[in-house]
Ligand binder design. Structure first.
Ligand SMILES: *Cc1c(COP(=O)(O)O)cnc(C)c1O
Length: 430
């Protein structure tokens, strides 16, 4: 993570602010996000598309990674588009003042109510994931006497993590239509016949936490072959190509994310070459990073409740949060790095299990984690928690969701308030 340092007191600082003081002032658990580096990342994407692809494209931040009004506002201020996957995310984006034309509405099951809401609010693109959605969206658009501008989700059959084009491998995904067996082409044909549907984009998303450029370049080639096939067989040139997100970040040592600029340069080169070869006009490109914009721009602060010695096992460091604010270890053993914030100048001389406080043995933030010797009352920082933490948090055990603060130069601003006891019973009928 950028902007981490240790001050004269041996405390961990984030963007020059003492994290121990943040914990004292705002309480724990606390999500802290660095506004400066988030903005820098947004500009990196935007400037790279300008530099390598003549600005003929847009970066749409995948808001599911971290969504709140202030985050959507930051994205709008940086001139990015927004990727949403529910009426709730659209509502948040509109409340933040995002341009609805730059909103891309994803998901493999959107209700008629959501279609209507998206159309009423002039959401830029609505993804069609399956035939049922194509038919339902056409009906809703017809009732409103409007045209729905759609993106059609396809499965390019790429396994981003093995670099291979696996013939059927990724065709078992629950998202989208298969290119390989003609299902996608058949759907394009149908979409072109529907009165109230206008096909603007073919889109895909090949995975997450991808560290190399090659899967993106490879996928761009497959997608352009598909656009050429559509042109050849149906006489229609699809104007936009959405290559999805999945740009990886570093959570622990040994992970080496690619450079965004280099990736966009390579993809642009492939797209231009392929278009020349296939006689296609260069499509408008959409990229949808989520994790990359926010993941390594945030950390979570906890207070250590106790350290429990375990016979023949690693000591258990128990903190005042856990799977309720970060379910990713419980879900899929996601790895994190932790630091005792008030002992950040000390060596990590212990190996611990980091445990949450809810009534689940699986409530953990990590195992076999190197850590400074911790004791009750210490402030503990878990790094790179900006993506898929707050957005995946829950109220299990009626835990109150933590506050989120943005830090920017010497200022810390609450962007999401800590939940209160009354928030917990807000919808309870009493
Ligand atoms: C989740 C998702 C993204 C963002 O993924 P990251 O790994 O966070 O970059 C982008 N597009 C679609 C369609 C997604 O489902």
């Amino acid at each position: 993570m950028e902007n981490l340092a240790v001050n004269g007191k041996g405390h961990l600082t984030f963007n020059k602010i003492d994290t121990v003081l943040l914990a004292r002032d705002f309480g724990t658990p606390l999500y802290v996000m660095d506004e400066l580096t988030m903005r820098k990342e947004c500009r990196d994407f935007k400037e790279s598309i300008a530099k390598y692809y003549g600005g003929h494209g847009i970066t749409a931040y995948a808001s599911k990674a971290f969504c709140c009004v202030q985050m959507c506002r930051l994205i709008a201020e940086e001139g990015l588009g927004l990727d949403v996957s529910s009426i709730g995310e659209i509502h948040t984006a509109l409340r933040a003042g995002c341009n609805p034309r730059k909103i891309y509405f994803h998901g493999n099951f959107k209700t008629d109510e959501e279609f209507a809401y998206a159309l009423d609010n002039k959401v830029g693109r609505i993804e069609v994931d399956n035939l049922d959605e194509l038919e339902r969206l056409n009906v809703v658009a017809c009732e409103k006497n409007v045209t729905a501008d759609i993106m059609l989700r396809v499965k390019p059959g790429v396994d981003a993590h093995t670099h291979s084009f696996i013939k059927t491998g990724k065709n078992d995904s629950k998202f989208g239509f298969i290119i390989e067996n003609g299902e996608a082409l058949e759907t394009v044909k149908k979409a072109l016949e529907y009165e109230n549907i206008s096909l603007k984009t073919i889109n895909c998303h090949i995975g997450s936490q991808i560290f190399d450029t090659e899967p993106f370049v490879h996928t761009a080639g497959i997608m352009l072959d598909f656009l050429a096939q559509i042109k050849a067989e149906l006489g229609y040139e699809v104007p936009e190509l959405n290559l999805g997100g999945g740009f990886g970040i570093k959570y622990v040592d040994g992970q080496e994310p690619m450079d965004v600029g280099e990736c966009i340069e390579s993809v642009s080169l492939r797209v231009k070459a392929k278009c020349a070869e296939l006689g296609l006009a260069q499509p408008y490109i959409i990229l949808e990073p989520g994790r990359k914009i926010v993941g390594d721009k945030g950390l979570t602060l906890y207070t250590v409740g106790c350290v429990k010695e375990i016979p023949d096992g690693d000591p258990k460091v128990i903190v005042d949060g856990g799977m309720t604010d970060n379910p990713r270890y419980a879900l899929y053993q996601a790895e994190y790095e932790a630091i005792v914030a008030n002992k950040a100048d000390k060596p990590k001389d212990t190996i611990v299990s980091l445990c949450g406080r809810t009534c689940e043995s699986g409530d953990m933030l990590g195992e076999k984690m190197p850590l400074q010797s911790a004791e009750a009352g210490d402030i503990l920082a878990v790094l790179a928690t900006g993506a898929y933490n707050y957005s995946m948090s829950s109220n299990y055990n009626r835990m109150m969701k933590p506050a989120v603060v943005f830090v920017n130069r010497n200022r810390a601003t609450v962007v999401v308030k800590r939940e209160t006891l009354d928030d917990l019973i807000r919808n309870d009928v009493v």
